[in-house]
Design a protein around this ligand. Structure first.
Ligand SMILES: Cc1cc2nc3c(=O)[nH]c(=O)nc-3n(C[C@H](O)[C@H](O)[C@H](O)COP(=O)(O)OP(=O)(O)OC[C@H]3O[C@@H](n4cnc5c(N)ncnc54)[C@H](O)[C@@H]3O)c2cc1C
Length: 442
């Protein structure tokens, strides 16, 4: 068999794996600082996922971004990057690029015309500054080259055990099927496996692991929730309602803490995860912004509480003297779709006048409408999830620079890190903020 000749590129200041949102941002910042950069990606074009975000209009940021909008093992981690790269920075970037944007509900900022405009701007910023984008490259291995130059690349990805870290390496080497790239810094910006149809993969985690980094278990998030067949509200596919959602602590925790008499202790009370967002009933369960947001916090075995009348108390509805003679069903239909009212209300309560409801019946209505408990059986998989939660542990990465605490010169940015944002522009904001910080530090 004749093997393909390998080309060896010049040594770059920075080799970036992944030409997506965070990789492009990191590259353009590093190039702006005079660094020589190559971006390596297996896709046929850069920024494929970015161009599809926000219904192809890209919800690029949110007017209000804070670390409370993110989850991860180390909730403080994103604070420094978010302070260095704010929503105002994003808006300045859009103005500089001549990309029109608009604010939608809940402070979400979208491109007015197309996400492609943003991809073109970032690509142009890289290429016009002398950066190189190597596409359709299949990454075989990434490794450090020891100070005493080793001209023979090892046959497979080197694994570094704790206590055996190559602190004295001179640079990094990335081998692809066609080429070998060397750089003084290496950035892994390969995202996660959500939406594999865009070229997304979990390969970045493997490379991080090979460098000795711990991966916090990865799972689909911002995804629809699956409900058991024949659950009481099945059969409502296509209907939507505005709801609030709270996540209950796991049953196990509740039982244990009840025994210990500490139900109110922090971490054991339910938390509000979606406030007044649209919930869509589907054939498989629940979707829409409320369900997607809830999926970020939901874990197997946990239950959710749906409030079908967010912002209203049942008492204020039932005690309205103008409504006393109404059938409860008719009152509820002012706020919720008819089919949902019929599915929620037991016949004996639906057909009663409000004035006739007993205290016990009012309590029953409260639990049906304000605390409707559901137990999802899963969430949609990566093919339908917007993000992968979990990833490279932030306990081993500098929050100020995104540099590995284990291997100097190795950086991570974007979704590959264990930082996951809520729905509403927070994940792209994180991709850009972390890419910016990494690019500014190398
Ligand atoms: C449908 C959809 C809509 C979304 N909409 C929004 C939104 O409106 N607002 C928002 O904030 N977030 C949104 N997100 C999430 C957001 O797109 C991501 O969080 C963000 O793109 C992450 O940036 P990243 O640079 O870390 O990864 P990516 O943008 O995914 O870039 C990773 C790059 O690495 C490359 N790569 C992966 N594996 C390999 C490999 N094995 N070899 C070589 N290269 C590889 C990929 O080709 C890609 O170019 C959406 C996600 C999806 C799926």
């Amino acid at each position: 068999m004749i093997s393909m000749p390998q080309t060896i590129s010049p040594i770059f200041d920075t080799v970036i794996l992944g030409a997506g949102a965070s990789g492009l941002m990191c590259a353009s910042v590093a190039i702006g600082r005079g660094k020589s950069v190559v971006l390596i990606d297996h896709a046929v074009r850069p920024g494929r996922k970015l161009s599809l975000t926000g219904g192809k209009k890209c919800n690029i940021t949110n007017k209000k971004v804070s670390m409370q909008d993110y989850i991860g093992e180390n909730p403080q981690f994103c604070r420094s990057a978010l302070a260095r790269f704010t929503p105002e920075h994003t808006l300045s970037m859009l103005l500089e690029a001549g990309i029109a944007f608009e604010e939608r509900e809940l402070g979400q900022i979208f491109c007015k015309h197309s996400a492609e405009d943003l991809v073109s701007f970032l690509v142009k910023a890289c290429v016009s500054g002398g950066g190189r984008i190597a596409l359709e490259e299949h990454i075989l291995a990434a490794e450090t080259i020891p100070s005493c130059e080793n001209s023979n690349p090892p046959a497979e990805t080197t694994r570094y055990a704790h206590g055996d870290l190559p602190k004295n390496h001179a640079r990094f080497r990335v081998r692809t099927r066609n080429s070998t790239y060397e750089g003084r810094n290496l950035v892994i910006a390969m995202g996660g496996p959500a939406w594999p149809q865009t070229g997304a993969s979990g390969r970045g985690y493997e490379l991080a692991r090979a460098f000795g980094h711990r991966i916090v278990p990865v799972h689909p998030a911002l995804a629809g929730l699956l409900m058991p067949p024949n659950w009481p509200l099945s059969g409502l596919a296509g209907i939507s309602a505005t709801v609030s959602v709270r996540v209950l602590p796991s049953q196990e925790t509740t039982d244990k803490t009840k025994q210990a008499g500490q139900l109110k202790k922090q971490g054991t009370v339910d938390i509000l995860v979606a406030d007044g967002l649209s919930l869509l009933f589907t054939h498989k369960g629940l979707s829409g912004p409320a369900a997607l947001q809830a999926s970020l916090y939901w874990r197997k075995g946990r239950r959710l509480l749906l409030d079908f009348l967010p912002g209203k108390t049942l008492t204020e509805l039932l005690d309205d003297s103008a409504c006393k003679q109404l059938l409860f069903r008719n009152l509820l239909r002012r706020f919720l779709p008819e089919r949902l009212c019929d599915a929620l209300l037991p016949a004996e309560l639906a057909g009663k006048k409000i004035a006739e409801l007993s205290r016990r019946e009012r309590e029953r209505l409260r639990s049906l409408l304000k605390n409707y408990e559901i137990a999802p059986i899963g969430s949609e998989n990566f093919a339908k999830a917007e993000v992968a939660a979990g990833g490279v542990s932030t306990k081993e990465v500098s929050s100020r620079s995104m540099e590995s605490a284990k291997i100097p010169g190795l950086f991570f940015c974007g979704e590959i890190l264990d930082v996951t944002g809520r729905l509403g522009g927070y994940n792209l904001h994180w991709a850009f903020a972390s890419g910016y910080v990494a690019g500014a530090h190398m």
